[in-house]
Design a protein around this ligand. Sequence first.
Ligand SMILES: *Cc1c(COP(=O)(O)O)cnc(C)c1O
Length: 403
Amino acid sequence: MLKLNENYLKLPGSYLFAEVARRAEAAGKAHPDKRFIKLGIGDVTLPLPAACVAALKRAAEDMGDMSTFMGYGPYEGYDFLREAIVKNDYLPYGVKLGADELFISDGAKSDCGNIGDIFSEDCVVAVCDPVYPVYIDANAMSGRAGSYVDGKWSNIVYMPCVPENNFFPELPERVPDLIYLCFPNNPTGMAATKEQLKPWVDYANEHGSVILYDAAYRAYISDPKLPRSIYEIPGAETCAIEFCSFSKTAGFTGTRCGWTVIPRALVRGGESLYDMWMRRQSTKFNGTAYVIQRAAEAIYSDEGRKQVEQLIGYYMNNARVIRAGLTDAGLEVYGGTDSPYIWFKAPDGLGSWEFFDRLLNEANVVTTPGAGFGPSGEGFIRLTAFGDADNTREAVERIKAML
Ligand SMILES: *Cc1c(COP(=O)(O)O)cnc(C)c1O
């Protein structure tokens, strides 16, 4: 008889955003005269930079002309984009990577999840807590998470990120094989320093672990001392895979493009992880669309660079407004200086969902309860800076008035 992948049946379901939507809808019905402002979901709102739109159009024309038409592209992406990324996103930060150590992807989410294909089902996985749920769920689907009991997976190593450790994980006692790190972090909005990351790189090299580094928010780093890539840490080339995305950098959430770095020097069990991932991609992936890769390349043009800077400046201005307003209101506020997320503590020891409900029903602002990102997120709320500037300002005023 056909058997299903039982691991899927253990998943608790995507409760968080469904529950947020359910409560927001009920609040809308209860207060039909009120205008609700959404600062919950982590999607961007500004349109694509004009340089990307122009490149998309040119690339579409290429596809309609026999002499420039492109069929299947390379599994690992076109060299024009791989080279542009290395030249603009790594070399200026002192990172020497070859374009042939990059894979162009259709976004960071798929690769963060799919990378598990090249590792054994027995690998022990460590994640920060709170965490972007994709890392855990993808590993649960592959049977690495154990069973889900009281809001935790029995076989996942949870590394609390709380005010006491400045939202940076401590080296765990049980040695993990795969360590997911994401900085600047979603949901806490906190960035990591080189000094904080160095011990992790040393630890991974010493134990033969692999760090899976999610740098989706690298473009939001404003402090020049902070690393934008794990490869700014010496030794990372022998222990880390890095995932990046054009989604938050240039509004590509609906356009889909990213990249994954696997250095040639990264070898485990005598095997090159680059070669293994290449084998995986060439079997299960047929490349990112040519037109999309051309659109992504355009962010590195003079125009594109300016437009991206403006786009990020717009969101970071929202972040400043949120930070300043909530701090004024007497709240304990984190993040939002090198990332588009603001993470704050609910006042008076309230739980995440309790304060979420107050914000929803009294200030008519939709947020994300921190508890939805893991047990250590309890008592916190996440706000995003990806909203409209006027709405963001108004939402902050309403929260201040409520408190
Ligand atoms: C948004 C986000 C991504 C990007 O995902 P894409 O698939 O590239 O759109 C990756 N990691 C984290 C933590 C994110 O929040």
